[in-house]
Design a protein around this ligand. Structure first.
Ligand SMILES: Nc1nc2c(c(=O)[nH]1)N[C@H]1C(S)=C(S)[C@@H](COP(=O)(O)O)O[C@H]1N2
Ligand SMILES: [Mo]
Length: 248
């Protein structure tokens, strides 16, 4: 609930006070921040979704960037990748694209990249500041050539959340093209550790921690989230009613 108020207060204007009241109602809230309806609300609310997240100074970096959720996928497939330094790992990019891609870590590292010192906010109530290095998601999507039907980017991960259900998340094209949305392979000038999502994880700086998919395996460009998991666009959205839009 606090989360939703924060989202509304930071993202919108005083004219949304009535909306804020409504947003405390759980079923209205679920509708408002679902993938299906969020864009309609955002368009009407003058919400500046292209604004940059705050960046910090190097001396503000947290001494330890704690790990949350999966800290090691520990599957036979992931262990095999890890054992040889992720040399055989590939990021697949597919779905509604002209040119499906399969990118190695060294190919990703050779692309133009970006560094940013940002604060990660987890819904469970902790934050950490870290310096991330990686390739803008936009560069990858431009390389693959998205169809004009594209509406969402789905991220599929290597970790099993139980019963063979792998972690997944999704964002819309506004966040996909945001300049601070990167596929990060470095944290605090070191290769990403297993705990923090090696070899590659999403940083989507205008949203809460659970949107930042770790252990990336596959990116799928799609026009609908209906066929992904249970249809709400992410593992926690499907299994714990988290909002699909988790703006901060
Ligand atoms: N694949 C995967 N990505 C994930 C998670 C996870 O369990 N698996 N947890 C999420 C949550 S809730 C948070 S807060 C961040 C934690 O990132 P960190 O471990 O680098 O702190 O990763 C997010 N991405
Ligand atoms: Mo989180």
């Amino acid at each position: 609930m606090i989360l939703t108020r924060r989202t509304l207060m930071l993202g919108a204007t005083a004219t949304l006070a009535g909306c804020d009241r409504l947003a405390r109602n759980p079923s209205f809230r679920e509708a408002l921040f679902s993938a299906e309806n969020f864009h309609k609300w955002a368009q009407r609310s003058l919400m500046a979704r292209d604004a940059l997240a705050q960046e910090f100074r190097a001396d503000q970096i947290s001494p330890i960037f704690r790990a949350n959720g999966t800290a090691n996928p520990n599957t036979p497939a992931y262990k095999a990748y890890w054992r040889n330094g992720f040399a055989d790992w590939r990021l697949k990019v597919g779905g509604l694209v002209a040119r499906p891609l399969s990118l190695s870590l060294s190919q990703l590292r050779a692309m133009p990249h970006r560094e940013q010192i940002t604060r990660h906010d987890c819904v469970e109530g902790w934050s950490a500041i870290g310096k991330w290095g990686g390739v803008p998601l936009r560069t990858i999507l431009d390389g693959a050539g998205m169809s004009s039907r594209a509406r969402y980017i789905v991220f599929r991960c290597a970790d099993d959340m139980g019963g063979g259900r792998l972690y997944y998340e999704s964002i819309d094209l506004t966040d996909a093209f945001h300049p601070q949305t990167i596929l990060a392979f470095a944290l605090n000038d070191r290769p990403l550790s297993v705990a923090n999502g090696a070899p590659l994880r999403l940083r989507v700086e205008r949203q809460l921690g659970y949107k930042h998919a770790k252990y990336l395996m596959e990116i799928e460009v799609t026009d609908s989230l209906r066929a992904i998991g249970r249809g709400k666009g992410g593992f926690w959205e499907d299994h714990a009613d988290y909002d699909w839009y988790a703006g901060i």
